[in-house]
Design a protein around this ligand. Structure first.
Ligand code: AMP
Ligand code: MG
Length: 418
C-alpha cells in the first residue's frame, strides 16, 4: 500500500478527539478467578454482598468481665466467678444472676450477659470478683452485625482490590475472587540505530530507552509487558515481530511511524490487514501516532522520540489499557496551577509542557522542569507533571492557570481533566 493511501484515512485530529476514538474502541478483557493472596491491585469483576454478619455474634470490646448490668447497680458489688471465655471460645452455659464471666476482647458474650466491665475497674481473688463501678446496659459490647449483615453491599465490579477490601473479603470467608484479566502487552522497539543498554558503545548507536520506559509504565498499572526487543528498519522483520506480538492483548511499538523512507510501521500494519483508525494528532510532543486495529487487537504505533513516546503513552495507551483492565477511573489526576513564566507558541497543536509543581502560599505554581525538546529525558525525569496548553492558545501570561496532569500520581480520576 502506498503511503498516500494510508495517510488519506485521517489527517491530524485534536487530543480529545483522538482520546475518545481510542477509548471508544477498547473494552474490558475477560475475567479470571484468583486466590485472595494474589488479588491485591486487581479489578473486581463481580458484585460482592456480605453472606454473614460481622461481627458474627455480640462480643466483648474489652478484656474484663461479662455481667448482667442490673447486678452491678450500687457498685462496688461482689459477684461469683463464672466461666472463663478467651477469644474464639463459645460460652457453654447461660450467665446467671450474681455471676461474672471472665472475657477477652473479641470473645462472644455468654447468653444472659448484657454488659462488660473492664478489668481495670475490678479486683479478684479467683473465686469472686469485686466491681468498683456499675455498668450501663450494652457497655463495651460490640453488637452482632454492627459492621455488616447478610446482604450488605460491599463492592461493585470495577472496584480496585486495595488492602481494606481484601481484608473485608477475608473477613467474610472468601478465599477466591473474580477479577479482570490483566492485559499482556507486547513492547517492540524499531530502528537500526538501537541497541540494548548493555551493548551501548561509542559507535553512533543509542540505547533503546523506550523499551524499558514502556515496560516500567506497563508494570506500574499492573499490565504484563511482553518484551519483543528491537527490530531493524526492515519491513519483513517488523512484520514478523508484529505477527508474534499479536498473540498479546495489545501491542505497543515505538519509532518508525513518521514519514521517513525507513518509517515502516504504518505500511507493515496495513499489509497485515490492519485497519488504520488514527494517525497524526495535533499535539507536541508526539504528533505521529498510529492507532491500528489488527486481528481484533489494538496496536499503538508510538513515535520514537522518548518524550513523545512517554507523552502519547500517557494520553492514549495508559487509559486504554486501564479500561481494558476493567477500571472505571482511567485518567491521571489533574491539578490547576499558575504558570511561573509566560508561555508562547503557534496556534494549531496542543502542547504538553514538562513542569515541576511547587506550592506557594496555598497555590500551585508550575515551572518548566528543563529543556522541552522531544529527545530531552532529564526534564521528564525532573517533572511532576505535564501542563496542558490548548491547541488554539498562542500566549499564556505569567500567573495564568493551566491544567497539570500529575504523571507520577498513582491515583486515578474519572475524567481526563484536559
Ligand atoms: P523515528 O520516528 O524512528 O525516526 O524515531 C525518532 C527518534 O526517536 C530518533 O532519533 C530515534 O533514534 C529515536 N528512537 C526511536 N526509537 C527509540 C527507542 N526505542 N529508544 C530511544 N530512542 C528511540
Ligand atoms: Mg526510526
Amino acid at each position: 500500500m502506498r503511503e498516500g493511501q494510508v495517510e488519506a484515512e485521517r489527517t491530524s485530529v485534536g487530543v480529545a478527539e483522538a482520546r475518545e476514538l481510542i477509548l471508544g474502541a477498547v473494552a474490558p478483557l475477560g475475567t479470571e478467578t484468583v486466590g485472595l493472596a494474589e488479588a491485591s491491585g486487581r479489578v473486581l469483576a463481580e458484585s460482592i454482598r456480605a453472606g454473614i454478619s460481622l461481627p458474627p455474634a455480640d462480643n466483648s470490646a474489652m478484656d474484663g468481665y461479662a455481667v448482667r448490668a442490673a447486678d452491678t447497680a450500687g457498685a462496688p458489688v461482689t459477684l461469683r466467678m463464672g466461666e472463663d471465655l478467651p477469644a474464639g471460645k463459645r460460652s457453654q452455659r447461660k450467665l446467671v444472676a450474681g455471676e461474672a464471666a471472665r472475657i477477652m476482647t473479641g470473645a462472644a458474650l455468654p447468653e444472659g450477659a448484657d454488659a462488660v466491665v473492664m478489668v481495670e475497674d475490678t479486683e479478684t481473688d479467683g473465686a469472686r470478683v469485686v466491681l468498683h463501678r456499675s455498668a450501663s446496659l450494652g457497655q463495651h459490647v460490640r453488637r452482632a452485625g454492627e459492621d455488616v449483615r447478610p446482604g450488605t453491599p460491599i463492592a461493585e465490579p470495577g472496584a480496585v482490590l486495595r488492602a481494606p477490601l481484601v481484608g473485608m473479603l477475608a473477613a467474610l470467608g472468601r478465599a477466591l475472587v473474580s477479577v479482570r484479566t490483566r492485559p499482556r502487552v507486547a513492547v517492540l522497539a524499531t530502528g537500526d540505530e538501537l541497541v540494548e543498554p548493555d551493548r551501548l558503545r561509542d559507535d553512533g548507536r543509542i540505547a533503546s530507552s523506550n523499551s524499558y520506559a514502556l515496560c516500567a509504565a506497563l508494570r506500574e498499572i499492573g499490565a504484563e509487558p511482553v518484551y519483543l526487543g528491537i527490530a531493524p528498519d526492515e519491513p519483513e522483520v517488523i512484520a514478523q515481530r508484529f505477527r508474534a506480538a499479536l498473540a498479546c492483548d495489545a501491542v505497543i511499538s515505538s519509532g518508525g511511524v513518521s514519514v521517513g523512507d525507513r518509517d515502516w510501521i504504518k505500511r507493515v500494519l496495513v499489509s497485515l490487514g490492519g485497519k488504520m483508525r488514527l494517525w497524526r494528532i495535533a499535539m507536541k510532543p508526539g504528533a505521529p501516532l498510529a492507532f491500528v486495529w489488527v486481528d481484533g487487537k489494538p496496536v499503538f504505533g508510538l513515535p520514537g522520540n522518548p518524550v513523545s513516546t512517554f507523552v502519547t503513552f500517557e494520553q492514549f495507551v495508559r487509559p486504554a489499557l486501564l479500561r481494558m483492565m476493567g477500571h472505571t477511573k482511567i485518567f491521571r489526576p489533574v491539578t490547576r496551577a499558575r504558570l511561573d513564566a509566560e508561555y508562547t507558541k503557534p496556534a494549531g497543536r496542543a502542547h504538553f509542557v514538562r513542569v515541576a509543581l511547587e506550592e506557594r502560599a496555598g497555590e500551585w505554581w508550575a515551572t518548566q522542569s528543563g529543556e522541552q525538546g522531544s529527545n530531552i529525558l532529564l526534564s521528564l525525569v525532573r517533572a511532576d507533571g505535564l501542563a496542558f496548553v490548548p491547541a488554539e492558545a498562542t500566549r499564556l501570561a505569567r500567573g495564568e492557570s493551566v491544567a497539570v496532569q500529575r504523571v507520577h500520581d498513582a491515583a486515578l480520576a474519572a475524567e481526563p481533566g484536559i
